[in-house]
Design a protein around this ligand. Structure first.
Ligand code: C2E
Ligand code: CA
Ligand code: CA
Ligand code: CA
Length: 280
């Protein structure tokens, strides 16, 4: 026993064993989650900072597991990626979002310019993904411009020809491509010149203290100037206070999302909010 002491002391550590068991349970539960209908979407409004109108929304995955309770996407999306489940889950998200948006347009919940954004994992950016998106748009009678695709820098860091081809296919499709969590990566600027992205989402870490920090104000102002020069749209993420909203507006930022206006809402609550705002 002594000979394998190091290894065994790790393997038999009780809390680690519990972690492993929880991980294994998460894996096995997640494999069946889509089929059992445990996934849903929440919708967070994107507002115009001047008119306060709802211009669009971001769809965010939610998993309610009978075994594990509510699991946060930051806990299960990376696991889904590792297990090879993000492609089918992502395809479901695209289908769900297109169906939902088409219904909202038909029912007059939103107008023709309203856009719905989905998060796209790097694992999904493969040749053929654009065809899947095009098919969903066509079946639901939606123009490409109303479906926004949010990708992170890690997608762009992957210089494989297969990712490059998939990005070209998406750009040709005409669905706006937005760079999510902008500013948190390592080389954001280099691909802004290589790829004609349509917009940026300024990460919450820049937004949070923009009112109190002159340095952050300067950084955000330069992001806005750069985006304008490159004809890219900007959404500031994670706005929680009126002070931050006012500062961003003062800097010329047009659109934002955050708890100040609404948390990501279940479908029915989002519809109620959108209807109420349309009447106002
Ligand atoms: P993200 O795309 O950066 O999404 C923004 C996150 O910030 C969301 O967390 C949202 O609920 C949260 N948030 C929005 N406003 C505020 C605010 O004012 N304050 C604070 N503290 N947080 C705010 P959520 O829903 O937990 O999602 C976490 C991440 O999971 C997302 O980050 C995204 O990377 C990933 N994710 C969510 N849905 C999907 C999906 O359908 N597919 C993929 N591949 N990833 C997804
Ligand atoms: Ca996002
Ligand atoms: Ca983000
Ligand atoms: Ca994020």
């Amino acid at each position: 026993a002594k000979a394998v002491q190091r290894g065994s002391s790790v393997v038999f550590d009780e809390s680690l064993r519990a972690d492993l068991a929880r991980g294994a349970q998460l894996d096995s539960e997640l494999r069946g989650a889509l089929g059992r209908g445990e996934l849903s979407l929440a919708f967070q409004p994107v507002v115009d900072l001047v008119s306060e109108r709802i211009e669009g929304a971001e769809a965010l995955l939610r998993w309610t597991s009978p075994q594990l309770g509510v699991v946060a996407p930051s806990d299960f999306v990376p696991v889904a990626e590792d297990l090879g489940l993000i492609a089918p889950i992502g395809a479901w998200v695209v289908e769900e979002v297109c169906g939902t948006l088409a219904a909202w347009r038909d029912e007059g919940v939103v107008d023709g310019d309203f856009s719905l954004a989905v998060n796209v994992s790097g694992r999904q950016v493969r040749p053929g993904f654009a065809a899947l998106v095009a098919d969903a748009l066509a079946r639901h009678g939606l123009p490409a411009r109303v479906l926004h695709l949010e990708i992170t820098e890690s997608v762009l860091l992957d210089e494989s020809s297969c990712t490059a081809l998939a990005l070209d296919e998406l750009l040709a499709l005409g669905t706006p491509l937005l760079l999510d969590d902008f500013g948190t990566g390592f080389s954001s600027l280099s691909y802004l010149h290589r790829l004609p992205l349509n917009g940026l989402k300024i990460d919450k870490s820049f937004v949070d203290q923009v009112s109190s920090s002159g340095r952050l104000r300067t950084l955000v102002a330069s992001m806005l100037a750069m985006a304008e020069g490159l004809h890219m749209s900007v959404v500031a993420e994670g706005v929680e206070t009126q002070e931050v909203a006012d500062t961003l507006r003062g800097l010329g930022c047009r659109r934002a999302q955050g708890y100040l206006w609404a948390r990501p809402l279940p479908l029915e609550e989002f519809v109620a909010l959108a209807r109420e705002r349309r009447q106002a």
